[in-house]
Ligand binder design. Sequence first.
Ligand code: NAD
Length: 294
Amino acid sequence: MVEILRGDLIAQRIEGEVRDRIVQLQQQHDCHPALAVVLVGEDPASAIYVGRKKRAAARVGIRSIEHRLPADTAESDLMALIAALNADPAVHGILVQLPLPQQISSDRVLGAISPDKDVDGFHPVNVGRLSTGTGGLVPCTPLGCMILLDQVFDDLKGMKAVVIGKSNIVGKPVALLLLERECTVTVTHIHTRGLPDIARTADIIVVAAGVPGLVRGDWVKPGAVVIDVGINRVVDADGAKRVVGDACADEMDHARVITPVPGGVGPMTIACLLSNTVRAAEMALGLVDAAASD
Ligand code: NAD
């Protein structure tokens, strides 16, 4: 019988650990970790995500400072805000919610965030650190996937991992983290030929494609572990709205473990954002080295 790995419960435990680290920072260093959250425009999904992150920050004692800017904000104005947040010692983490409106280059904006405050881990310096295995701030969703895998395996060495999706925010960084842990990694994407056969070779499948039910039961070998990153809003035949993942959860009985959607990777992403914010505060105080792994 497949085990359902409840990311929401593990996320609660991480939140508890983050809370303890914050109490230490406050008591021993008079440091109050703060996260600046920048939201440009009125995208409803982005507003929901930002709301969740702010509530989670409040639960653990991180001060969140929200900057809401209109959809027609000029890139130069957003850059000026980022520069001010970079320079403010009371701000430890900066998160710019994506997607940004068309007139703004996400690459330029993400590249303008100080790497030491880049709690999403998207700055090229942090991407470089990740790819060379030299620490830095690691993107939250991939970090969450690795913590989930650590609940299942003592050691990932030699495991065959297939990553489906090669985005900069999930697929590529999770592939790098798996490689860092000595997995044999195959990264696949929409143009990959023979994906079901490749997936069937995997001990670990991490799927982040944004395609509801892409991974069928017969893509998964018996005893494999499936980490389902997908978040897809679908409407049932009876008109009910539901959120589903990228794997057909009801076809996975022969798998060893699958993460549910919702309640799997999603809560882990938020917990890792909180953890990264505290790490950024610890880095600012010189308590941890940016070049050290977590
Ligand atoms: P993206 O659109 O940037 O990338 C999707 C990737 O999947 C691409 O590399 C594409 O080539 C590949 N792909 C698409 N269709 C495919 C197919 N039929 N077969 C094989 N590969 C295919 O998406 P993203 O930002 O990486 O997000 C992927 C999914 O993960 C989305 O559902 C998103 O909502 C979800 N997501 C969840 C979290 C979380 O916290 N749980 C965080 C980020 C993204």
